[in-house]
Ligand binder design. Structure first.
Ligand code: S3P
Length: 184
C-alpha cells in the first residue's frame, strides 16, 4: 500500500504549492516539513540557520521526518535538501513514494533571484551578485544532489508546466500507483 507521497526538488520547484493541491485532489492530509519545523521553533528557517546552524537544522529535519513518516494517507512537501542524506533517503524509501519536481538552473535563478528566505542563496541576493554566480551556486548544489534526487520513484519536468497540469499528471500517476498496489 502507498500511504505517503514525498515531494522533493530544488528550492522553488513548487513542492509547497503543489503539495496541498494534490492532497486536496486525493483527499489526503498534507504537511510541509519546513513549516512544521518553523512552527515548532516559532522562527523562520533563516533564523534557525542563523541562531543554531545548518547541522542543528538538518538533525531537527531528520527527527521531524521520522515523526511525519508514520502518518497515513499523507502528502509531505520536503525541503530541497531533505532527501540528500542516506538516512533520510532510507526513511523516505521505506515509508512512501518519492516524487521529484525537476526544474532547470535557469528557472531556479529567475525564481530565487529576489528571495531572501533561503539561507543557501540569501548571501547572493543580499550582495546583489551577478547571474553567473547564482547559476554557479545552483549548479554546484544540483550536482551534489543529483544522485539523491534521481532516486525518486517519479520524476516530473515542471519547468514549463502550469501548476494545474503538474497536479493532473501527478494525480493520475498516483492513482496508477495506488491501484497497482491495491491489486497486488
Ligand atoms: C533547503 C531548502 C529549503 C529549506 C532550507 C534548506 C535546501 O526548503 O529547507 O532553506 O537545502 O535546499 P525549500 O526547498 O522548500 O525552499
Amino acid at each position: 500500500m502507498v500511504e505517503r507521497i514525498y515531494l522533493t526538488g530544488f528550492m522553488t520547484s513548487g513542492k509547497s504549492t503543489i503539495g496541498p493541491i494534490l492532497a486536496n485532489v486525493l483527499g489526503w492530509n498534507f504537511y510541509d516539513l519546513d513549516k512544521v519545523i518553523e512552527g515548532k521553533h516559532e522562527k523562520s528557517v533563516v533564523e534557525i540557520f542563523e541562531e543554531f546552524g545548518e547541522e542543528y537544522f538538518r538533525n531537527y529535519e531528520t527527527e521531524t521526518l521520522e515523526k511525519l513518516s508514520t502518518e497515513k494517507d499523507t502528502i509531505i512537501s520536503l525541503g530541497g535538501g531533505t532527501l540528500t542524506s542516506e538516512r533520510n533517503l532510507a526513511i523516505l524509501k521505506q515509508t512512501g513514494k518519492i516524487v521529484y519536481l525537476r526544474i532547470t538552473a535557469e528557472t531556479i535563478y529567475h525564481r530565487l533571484k529576489h528571495k531572501i528566505d533561503r539561507p543557501l542563496i540569501r548571501d547572493l541576493v543580499l550582495n546583489e551578485r551577478p547571474r553567473e554566480e547564482f547559476i554557479e551556486r545552483i549548479n554546484k548544489i544540483l550536482d551534489e544532489r543529483k544522485y539523491y534526487y534521481e532516486k525518486a520513484d517519479i520524476i516530473l519536468d515542471t519547468d514549463n508546466n502550469k501548476i494545474g497540469i503538474t497536479v493532473d499528471q501527478l494525480a493520475s500517476e498516483m492513482r496508477k500507483l495506488l491501484h497497482a498496489h491495491n491489486q497486488g
